[in-house]
Design a protein around this ligand. Structure first.
Ligand SMILES: [Zn+2]
Length: 240
């Protein structure tokens, strides 16, 4: 889900300074995404001493965690790695599935971290899954409803748009503990299974930290967008 930075541009209000909030959010997202790409590129070049590929490391971690019903499979795309709780699959992109770099193994271990969360009924993961449908409705309907509220001057629609957008922000907020916890589990497993030594783990940790920053930036950017909606709605109410 993505909201785009264009959205409502302040039609009929002259210069809309709140656009600066969107620009700030876009800059944060760009910085985080650039940081992740460069960190990933750097540690993709460093081979792991174990010689294990991401897929092999994932298999070891799942076995060590006593998980036997999760399938590890390759998927197309770049940075598309994810765990799917619906069919219990660890999906690894080509760059992590078959490679034996610190980045590949770090990402594979992170997705196993989600599988372990699922297996142990980790509460934030369940809360996050429960919010998904509401968050999807929120992110797709908030802008149209909010704009309709502005165009037709209906305060109730403005409020509804803000509440819907808040649901999407809440989802991103709950995503943070889930992501940080998956990485923490991943690094612990890499150490306890002996897949990596301490000096290698610090490389994987940097990759996972950079990836986590993209979630932090996405949340910050959404909070700025929410702030903008509240300011625009407040300005409109004063006009009436
Ligand atoms: Zn994750």
């Amino acid at each position: 889900m993505y909201y785009g930075y264009g959205g409502y541009g302040g039609v009929g209000y002259g210069l809309d300074w709140t656009v600066l909030l969107l620009i700030g959010g876009a800059l944060l997202s760009m910085l985080a995404s650039g940081g992740m790409k460069s960190t990933f590129a750097k540690y993709s070049q460093i081979r792991s001493h174990s010689g294990l590929t991401g897929a092999m490391a994932a298999q070891r971690i799942l076995s060590a965690a006593g998980i036997t019903d999760v399938v590890i499979q390759p998927i197309a795309g770049n940075l598309t790695d994810h765990y799917d709780p619906r069919n219990k699959t660890v999906n690894l992109s080509q760059a992590s599935y078959g490679q034996t770099s610190l980045a590949a193994i770090g990402v594979a271990a992170h997705e196993c971290g989600h599988a372990i969360q699922h297996n142990t009924n980790y509460a934030p993961l369940n809360i996050r899954s429960a919010i998904v449908p509401i968050a999807n409705i929120g992110s797709s309907l908030s802008w149209p409803i909010f704009i309709a509220g502005l165009v037709f001057s209906i305060p109730m629609l403005l409020k509804a748009g803000i509440i819907l957008f808040s649901a999407a922000v809440l989802f991103q907020l709950v995503t943070l503990p889930v992501e940080f916890n998956a990485s923490a589990r991943a690094l612990r497993m890499l150490s306890s299974t002996g897949i990596m030594g301490d000096n290698e783990i610090s490389g994987s940790r940097k990759v996972l930290r950079a990836a986590a920053m993209t979630y932090v930036a996405a949340l910050a950017s959404s909070v700025l967008q929410l702030l903008r909606l509240i300011i625009l709605a407040g300005g409109r109410n004063r006009d009436d």
